[in-house]
Ligand binder design. Structure first.
Ligand code: SF4
Length: 707
């Protein structure tokens, strides 16, 4: 017998979890992944990884995977399953019109998957009914940028975090949710003794350990805090009057709106000491640079867009943006929330940042796709989509790579919708989830380590996710499944054989003449060969043809994407959260991630190492409230809301304010006997972004009766 020759190789890919988008090096021995490290040359992480990224290989493999497509829980061939879905979708569309079908997709999809989903729904079926779980993550930030800058463009990069003199983290527990960026912040502070950090949060999280100043504000009061800052900048002559005059509109009306927000009024409204208010404002006013770094604590609100614009207003007024170390910087939760919004992943957008209700843009996209139709109005956003399913208006839904039974608010209503729906199709890389229980058709799709395509991180950097191993048991990529169904629906334009072809078409779509001067431009990537695509290094958009010096630069010369090239101030009237406490429901319920789990635990729950950090669900409660209710550490307690109830162990801690509680979002019926915290929230959304208010529910807390 011949001696065995061991073959080693290295694959470079991108982490599957958060919007930091860390590069990962995987060593393989005889095509089996054996070792994982942070990619040293990736500009997002320079070799760093957090604990979730370090344990990515624990979550691959055969555990909890579908081995074939299913119809009514019976194994069928791919042909039978795609025939069934194509025929059913065609039937529903013929009988009830295109708006009777919908796709609910995910920030876990790659850009190529997202592109095909949008092309199929908006250009061929002819409905805007495609929305994404990223609606829960960053849609308020998208709407805020569009209002202020004329386009959904994040104006900062990770390097700015290392160049700033003042880092403000507002509504972000970066230490747990974006750990590699937090490590970069820690390092920057060590290297620059002048750098100050302000953390603003109703909860005292691990992130507050980095703070020189911690503002423990009342939940939901962020817009008032930033309105007061704008007022302070004006009253203390810290405006950048030249920038305001030359590059903005609407300053006077925004100013009028903030005049009542004196430091006293802010102190009162935000429930913090006046000295803290003035100290923060003086720090911002006198700092040569400042970043406001924000995520779900701002976005997941019934007035999230206003909060984003209150933040942007202060940066515009002080000229603290488009300079090193300055700007409003929203961070996405998911690995490809940004890529999704580029290709039109939200129901109110077309691809390439074009507007769904603009006739010229509709015609431009339709001509490019040579498609039979084009959606001409916004479709249903995530929350409305499930309401319309429950009402029988949407009769067929295809859910891809997401678990809305756990993640959407008011999951009793989601359950009713899925029970009512004539056809529920679910594509996922897992075999069991609270949502898959409702699937009439289940498609086994590829998971991380099998997928092949691109993602875009929070700083607009496109990176490759590369396959390490063959798809498990014949699982297919989401774009492949959709292309097969599209062709069986008798649509042309879906003959792709490789993701590089989809990326090429997508890049061409951004290269239209007269595309409204959108900054989202990948024309410099048009014409990549398959091999160039396979070897693509991380690159930040815009990537403009023949102008490589412009790569990654946005709003050059302070020219924004509005018609007059000026940014807009938006007058903001701070609003309180809609779900207010009452005598029956006297506690505010906040929610968020823990360090070592991801979303509904369908993948991180497989890792023993990750599951050992925090082993069971818990509810944080302030010691004063606990004492009043005779609740001791680790007692079982129930949080009861109008929409549902959840039971977990008490964590008595002054990290939460009196009258407020916190529960992680991850646990659900699959991993604990109790329901998820999202069931405690009503389906309340921001009217401008459709983002749900998932940080501020009203609950009663009682000791569990069986204890
Ligand atoms: Fe993955 Fe985010 Fe951790 Fe980076 S910070 S390794 S992208 S989970």
């Amino acid at each position: 017998t011949s001696p065995t020759i061991n073959k080693t190789s290295l694959k470079q890919t991108t982490c599957a979890y958060c919007g930091v988008g860390c590069g990962v090096d995987i060593s393989l021995l005889n095509n089996v992944p054996t070792k994982l490290e942070g990619m040293r040359e990736h500009p997002a992480n320079f070799g760093r990884l957090c604990v979730k990224g370090t344990h990515l290989l624990d979550t691959t493999g055969s555990d909890n995977r579908l081995t074939s497509p299913l119809i009514n829980n019976q194994a069928v061939t791919w042909d039978e399953a795609t025939d069934h879905v194509a025929n059913k979708f065609n039937d529903v569309i013929q009988k009830h019109g295109p708006d009777a079908v919908a796709f609910y997709v995910s920030g876990q999809l790659l850009t190529e998957d997202y592109y095909i989903a949008n092309k199929l729904m908006k250009g061929y079926i002819g409905s805007g009914n495609i929305d994404t779980n990223s609606r829960l993550c960053m849609s308020s930030a998208v709407a805020g940028y569009k209002r202020a800058f004329g386009e959904d463009v994040v104006p900062c990069t990770y390097e700015d975090l290392e160049q700033t003199e003042l880092l403000i983290l507002i509504g972000s527990n970066a230490a747990w949710t974006h750990p590699v960026l937090y490590q970069r912040m820690e390092r920057a502070k060590q290297l620059n003794p002048n750098m100050k950090v302000v953390v603003i949060d109703p909860r005292k999280t691990d992130t507050a350990e980095l703070a020189d100043t911690f503002l423990n504000i009342k939940p939901g009061s962020d817009a008032a805090l930033y309105n007061g800052l704008l007022n302070y900048l004006n009253e203390h002559n810290h405006l950048d009057t030249q920038f305001i005059a030359q590059h903005t509109n609407g300053f006077e009306s925004a100013l009028q709106e903030v005049q009542k927000w004196s430091c006293e009024a802010v102190s009162d409204f935000c429930d913090i000491a006046i000295d803290q208010v003035t100290e923060f404002y003086a720090l911002f006013a006198n700092s040569p640079s400042a970043i406001s770094f924000y995520s779900m604590g701002i976005n997941q609100s019934s007035s999230g867009v206003d909060k984003c614009n209150a933040i942007i207003n202060a940066h515009l007024a002080s000229g603290k943006l488009l300079k090193p170390g300055s700007g409003p910087f929203s961070i996405t939760g998911q690995p490809n929330a940004m890529g999704g919004r580029e290709v039109g992943g939200l129901a109110n957008q077309l691809a390439a940042h074009l507007d769904i209700e603009n006739e010229a843009h509709q015609s431009l996209v339709q001509r490019f796709w040579l498609s039979p139709t084009i959606a001409n109005k916004a479709g249903s956003n995530a929350i409305d989509m499930f309401d319309e399913i429950a009402a029988g208006k949407i009769k067929a839904v295809w859910i891809m790579a997401t678990n809305p039974m756990v993640s959407l608010p008011n999951n009793a209503a989601i359950k009713k919708a899925l029970e009512t729906c004539e056809l529920v199709v679910v594509s996922d890389c897992i075999a069991k989830s609270d949502t898959l229980k409702f699937a009439d058709v289940a498609f086994p799709s590829t998971g991380w380590g099998e997928k092949n395509g691109t993602v875009t991180n929070s700083e607009r950097r496109i990176s490759r996710q590369r396959p390490l191993v063959a798809p498990y048991s014949g699982a297919k990529n989401d774009w492949q499944i959709m292309c097969e169904v599209a062709k069986k629906m008798r649509f042309e334009g879906f003959d792709f054989t490789d993701p590089s072809g989809i990326f090429e078409e997508w890049a061409q779509l951004t290269d239209f003449e007269n595309n409204g001067s959108r900054l989202l431009n990948l024309s410099g990537l048009v014409g990549l060969t398959k091999s160039q695509y396979d070897n693509l290094k991380p690159i930040m958009w815009p990537v403009v043809k023949n102008q490589p010096y412009k790569n990654g630069q946005v709003f050059t010369n302070n020219q924004f994407s509005t018609a007059d090239k000026k940014a807009r101030f938006i007058p903001i009237t701070p609003q309180l959260p809609v779900q207010q406490t009452s005598i029956d429901y006297p506690f505010v319920m906040n929610s968020g991630r823990i360090r070592d789990q991801w979303h509904t635990m369908s993948r991180t729950g497989k890792s023993t190492a990750l599951s050992s950090h925090i082993t069971r669900p818990y509810i944080e409660i302030n010691p004063l409230d606990a004492s009043k209710l005779a609740i001791k550490q680790n007692d079982l307690i129930s949080a009861i809301a109008q929409t549902g109830q959840v039971t977990a162990h008490a964590k008595v801690t002054d990290a939460v304010r009196k009258g407020e509680c916190f529960m992680p979002i991850h646990w659900n019926k699959q991993f604990a006997s109790s329901a998820t915290v999202s069931g405690l929230y009503q389906s309340v959304v921001d009217p401008l972004s459709g983002q749900a208010e998932c940080k501020h529910g009203a609950v009663n807390i009682v000791k569990a009766p069986f204890v």
